[in-house]
Design a protein around this ligand. Structure first.
Ligand code: PLP
Length: 400
């Protein structure tokens, strides 16, 4: 076998996901792309905002000498300063470039953080439903993943967390707005979470880091204010990117920010810079760093995503589906009418609607819909959802 045992095992465990993608590709080939309603990917339909094009053109027409060279592994000081200024504005805390490391997206940021902090066997706690890649990222760096359930609104259960933290716990990852549920944590929950983590640090005499994955921080609806983790816990690190707020997932640009009062902050930041280099990222894209430093206050029109959410949510509820209304990100996570979520997702495929089974996110019995697609695809999917609802007597049956 040419691949390692570890990679081979992970690939085999994920093979049903691959099979589903292959089946989806076959459907598209058979019926034509336009007749298949693909709601399976979190690839934003929107183009980057016009300010992005303007900056890109300005750079192309007035290149900065040396703008494509290597740089400090943490990123350009000007870009880190722009991110720090924006975070200071949003939070009232005093961030400096010394707390910011530019990365290849939030995925790169997560790998850098986990590589830096984990000793073999250290535990990292995550909450289901979770972004599936967390499992691989934690395993990449020899950590042990501990998955905890959430409540019926997809909020972490703090009593369960309290019992789960032990002397081997190194970090807790939270993700709000959440992929796949769209849940946004309340400020009160974040506050109680911070208090609990502090108590556990004291109890075990450990440094317990809170890693807040904020890839969707700006994609938030209904006039909600995003409750930042910073005021509630000083051992916080955020990982985020411009993949979603500027619709640039292919450009791989994001950052790590460390709480200015985090203990051993300098050592951590040095570790992140070292790992950014030695994991082979070296530094985040130079071109993108030149651009996003001017775009810290720019976001795609979130209201357009909110309209898509409302359209889909209202129709699904009308058909009898059981859905918690998402407050952010661009996913919906309804209960599967069939206990077997893989079977249900296959059923939807019969009507050429592509979704992802909840077990891919650690929550069997649900399925994920991505609604960051064009309106034609959303509208086209309704027939399939309706037929599935009818087949499972949804409209007339309470479903628990
Ligand atoms: C919750 C979450 N975290 C991290 C990422 C990775 O994002 P990026 O493209 O910035 O690496 C994603 C991507 O979909 C995500 O959904």
């Amino acid at each position: 076998m040419s691949v390692s045992e570890k990679v081979g095992k992970s690939m085999a465990e994920g093979s049903w996901i691959r099979r589903m993608f292959e089946e989806a590709a076959a459907l598209k080939q058979r019926y034509g792309e336009e007749n298949v309603f693909d709601l399976s990917l979190g690839n934003p339909v929107m183009e980057p905002p016009p300010e992005f094009e303007r900056q890109l053109r300005t750079l192309a027409e007035n290149p900065i000498p040396g703008m494509h060279r290597y740089m400090e592994n943490a990123g350009y000081p000007e870009t880190r300063a722009a991110v720090a200024a924006q975070l200071s504005l949003e939070t009232g805390l005093k961030f400096t470039p010394g707390e910011i490391i530019m990365t290849c997206g939030a995925a790169g940021a997560l790998n850098v953080v986990l590589k830096t902090i984990l000793n073999r066997g250290d535990e990292v706690i995550i909450f289901a439903p979770y972004f599936a890649e967390y499992i691989d990222y934690i395993s990449n760096h020899d950590g042990v993943v501990k998955v905890l359930p959430t409540d019926e609104q997809f909020m972490p259960k703090l009593d369960v967390l309290e019992a789960a933290i032990g002397a081997k716990t190194k970090a807790v990852i939270i993700n709000s707005p959440n992929n796949p549920s769209g849940a946004v944590y309340h400020e009160d929950l974040v506050h109680r979470l911070g208090k609990l983590l502090h108590e556990k640090e004291v109890q075990y005499g450990i440094q317990l880091l809170l890693i807040s994955d904020e890839a969707y921080r700006k994609i938030i609806y209904d006039g909600l204010e995003y409750p930042p983790v910073w005021p509630h816990y000083s051992q916080s690190i955020i990982v985020t990117s411009h993949s979603k707020d500027l619709a640039l997932p292919g450009e791989r640009i994001g950052y790590i920010a460390v709480h200015p009062d985090c203990s051993q902050r300098e050592e951590l930041v040095d570790g992140f810079i070292y790992c950014n280099r030695t994991l082979g990222f070296v530094n985040a894209s130079a071109l993108m760093q030149h651009i996003v430093r001017h775009l810290q206050q720019v976001t795609v029109p979130v209201v357009d995503y909110q309209k898509k959410r409302d359209f889909l949510y209202d129709h699904l509820i009308g058909m009898g589906y059981s859905v918690i209304k998402p407050r952010g990100a661009f996913y919906m996570f309804p209960k599967s009418p069939l206990e077997d979520d893989v079977a249900f997702v296959r059923k939807l495929q019969q009507w050429r609607v592509l979704t992802v089974p909840g077990r891919g996110f650690g929550s069997p019995g649900y399925f994920r819909i991505s609604y960051c697609v064009d309106d034609r695809t959303l509208e086209g999917s309704l027939g399939g959802f309706q037929k599935a609802a009818q087949e499972f007597n949804y409209a007339s049956q309470e479903f628990g």
